[in-house]
Ligand binder design. Structure first.
Ligand code: F0G
Length: 442
């Protein structure tokens, strides 16, 4: 499948002839679908919005019940960020079947792959895209999954999913950026369907995360969407969702968007905030990007962060994300691994839990609040992209009493404190000692 323009190399976009389609008059139309949830297409949090991603016939849809995710109000996390009560909401995408937001896009790309008769599908991944592809292949048996991962670069939770679901797993001596380049070459050479977010149908599915956010707010538009940035598929999809809703007259304004990089993988931050790279009505100055990538190569600089899901230096959706930033009057920030892990501990302590990359959104919101860019009464949505159990290594190290373990996993990444650690208490196998410890600590 072709994903890029033959002439300019830019990624393709899905564009609808809306005036030829029947579009609901208001968003509350979608509420009626829930009453019909015995139909899998209505149960799916992606396909109940089929009218807003009408690229495939109903008969070709492959769904495994993705998108049953919730918008939680969290005053505890709001307090950490510096927001007034009732203003902080967490969109918990870890609830998806494979444990991350990727299922929203995968059901869409997989549906397209099925509709054109693909028998093999591939992706490069930092772990979640691959887990998601592996699940869809495993459940449907329609395709064989081929996944490309960097050596030592993906967390055990994610790797275990791909292996368990039976994906052909190709471990490349390199990182995600290397794997991404190779998978594009291999899929082209072998005619394998590519499901990375270079695939425009992935983004169509990911638009629905925003539809569910609006649904959770009774169709009110929030002030801010805060999202971690890796390959920049999500942020691009969110911008497209709001552009289309506005164009269709289904919302009257768009929210602002904040994309948060890890500082060890901060290409978007560097290009947008420091080098003023802009969408510029589609005339993006690619020489700025090329010059930056050349600097990275000359200095042999590779992406490096505890948030392995977003350990990416060459985001494939950079251009589309610039468009989203323009449409949504966006900002970009970078946060350190220390900030990410502290924010993650706060998300956990308030009951939901997420993997490190997801917590970048909360850490970024805190930073923007401290700068005064986000106001204390703004309605802020942080996207929790992946489940806490995806990466237990970082969590255990943060809460560990074992200084050596802490230093080994986190110290090397500039994490020196664990302000919100919840440490296990070690006691002998002795009833009195156990009771004394419980009295002492509770
Ligand atoms: N959060 C998590 C948990 C992710 O897995 C990813 C991306 C992102 C955020 C970044 O999202 O790429 O849309 O900007 N993971 C990809 C993968 C790269 O291979 O699983 P993005």
């Amino acid at each position: 499948m072709r994903v890029a323009c033959r002439d300019c190399g830019g990624l393709l976009d899905v564009d609808y002839e809306w005036d030829q389609l029947q579009i609901p008059e208001s968003l509350d139309f979608f509420e009626t679908k829930w009453a019909r949830r015995n139909d899998p297409h209505c149960l799916s949090g992606v396909w109940r919005f089929h009218d807003l991603l009408p690229f495939a016939p109903r008969s070709k849809i492959v769904t495994i019940g993705e998108g049953q995710t919730l918008l939680h109000s969290s005053d505890g996390v709001g307090q950490f960020i510096g927001l007034n009560a009732g203003q902080c909401h967490l969109q918990y995408e870890g609830l998806n079947p494979s444990g991350s937001f990727k299922d929203n896009g995968m059901t869409a790309a997989f549906t397209h792959a099925h509709s054109i008769g693909a028998k093999r599908a591939a992706c490069a991944s930092t772990g979640n895209t691959s887990a998601s592809l592996a699940v869809y292949c495993g459940v449907s048996k329609l395709m064989r999954a081929v996944i490309f991962i960097g050596t030592g670069k993906i967390s055990y939770g994610k790797l275990s999913q791909a292996l368990d679901y039976g994906a052909l797993t190709v471990q490349i001596a390199g990182d995600f950026d290397d794997a991404m380049q190779r998978v594009r070459e291999v899929t082209e050479r072998l005619g394998i369907y590519l499901v990375n977010s270079v695939n425009p149908f992935r983004l169509e599915g990911q638009k629905t995360i925003m539809f569910r956010v609006l649904e959770g707010l009774r169709w009110e538009v929030p002030d801010w969407i805060v999202v971690p940035g890796g390959n920049l598929g999500n942020s691009s999809a969110f911008g497209k969702a709001f552009t289309e809703l506005k164009q269709l007259g289904l919302i009257d304004r768009v929210p602002r968007i904040a994309v948060i990089n890890a500082s060890g993988a901060n290409t978007l931050y560097e290009l947008f905030e420091r080098r003023s790279l802009r969408w510029n009505k589609g005339a993006v100055d690619h020489s700025i990007v090329d010059a930056y990538y050349k600097e990275l190569d000359d200095q042999r600089q590779r992406a490096s962060t505890i948030a392995s899901a977003i350990e990416i230096n060459r985001p494939v959706n950079l251009t589309k994300c610039l468009r989203a930033l323009e449409v949504c009057d966006g900002v970009v920030r970078e946060v350190s691994d220390q900030e990410i892990l502290d924010a993650k501990a706060q998300v956990g302590a308030n009951g939901l839990g997420c993997e490190p990359a997801s917590a970048a959104s909360v850490a970024g919101a805190k930073r923007l609040r401290a700068e005064g860019v986000i106001g204390p009464n703004d309605c802020v949505i942080c996207i929790l992209t992946g489940h806490q159990l995806k990466d237990p290594t970082a969590t255990i190290a943060y809460h560990s009493t074992d200084q050596e373990e802490f230093n080994r996993v986190l110290g090397s990444r500039g994490v020196h404190r664990a302000e919100f650690a919840n440490r296990a208490i070690a006691v002998g196998n002795d009833l009195d000692e156990i009771i004394r410890a419980i009295h002492l600590y509770s």
